[in-house]
Design a protein around this ligand. Sequence first.
Ligand code: PMP
Length: 404
Amino acid sequence: MLNITEIRKDFPILSRTVYGKPLVYLDNAATTQKPRCVVDKIEEMYYNLNANVHRGVHFLSQEATNAHESARLTVQKFIGAKSPNEIVFTRGATESINLVASSFCRAFCKEGDEILITAMEHHSNIVPWQLQGDIKGVKLRVVPIDENGELHLDELVKKISPFTKLIAVTHISNVLGTINPIEEITKIAHEHDIPVLIDAAQSVQHLPIDVQKIDCDFLVFSSHKIYGPTGIGILYGKENWLDALPPYQGGGEMIASVSFEKTTYSEIPFKFEAGTPDFVGSAALATALDYVSEIGLEPISCYERELLEYATQRLQDIKGLHIYGKAANKSSVISFLVDGIHPYDMGMLLDKMGIAVRTGHHCAEPLMKELGIQGTVRASLAFYNTYEEVDALIKGIERIIKMF
Ligand code: PMP
């Protein structure tokens, strides 16, 4: 059992007020709040360990390098990767997908090849592939979803063709909360010799992840959605894939030797880490992962599921409120609309009550089109949220309905 009152003390921002009201932060799918230990780590890095990594012979540089490389080991352990060489530091999930899209398509795709995605993808798992379409003539194929927001494996199989070069799928939808069967998807893909990229931006913070068990070829996530700092993220890639892909960006750190005639590249993962890495961010991300591991992803996911069930029940009782995303296996994201109230108005009015939710298309415009709507109101819960906060949301919605 989690002690939420104690946990909330780790997050100073949760006790602040907005418009004179206690903050009720229900926008965790956009970004999560930071525990004190993460902010302390950032301060410690700048005050005590600030030196460029991998280059210097001096003491400070070695300490900073040790912190950065030990963060890589923490990430490796956190997602169950075989080797630290499979962990590439990027700016976030978006950059990780762009890296794979660019390098993979450059090396392995030709005009008419297909990348298979799903109807529930975030723009960051759509647009990077489309950019490659402009360069390499690669096309997107899209697996549809049903009225509950679920993916069906037979639909996925139907979309696989001799031209399918890669399947890129989100683990959890940032709009519908649907948890996709990524192990089964990977198994099917591998039966067709197709590699799989998992967008875990919405899942690492909610569910234990084991990349070897999933057997995916690539997996991406962002630090800021798992209580870590902004501006850093992870690309996991199986060693054979990372070895096979050409570099994404050029610069310092990623080379073995440079001459005007010919340049050779570093080994993985450094081949993909051009320029000075965010060694402050990596150390603080590792602190966030340690923090989450100490609390435990099993209890976190158990508590969040209970909170989700409670919130769903209470929201369903509100007349005229419609929930989008009714998958049997669902994460703590609830998108909804209320008859006659524009989602933007709902979001603005909730905000005035101190309740932070997200409104709009949530960077999933094609999904909105599938659902036949312009946008939703989205409440996304984290393990520091409480039943009282859900009650505040319900009360707020009921008050707003009365105003209209
Ligand atoms: N994929 C999903 C499913 C997301 O929800 C997000 C963030 N909203 C991203 C990718 C992109 O993450 P970032 O903006 O941190 O790169």
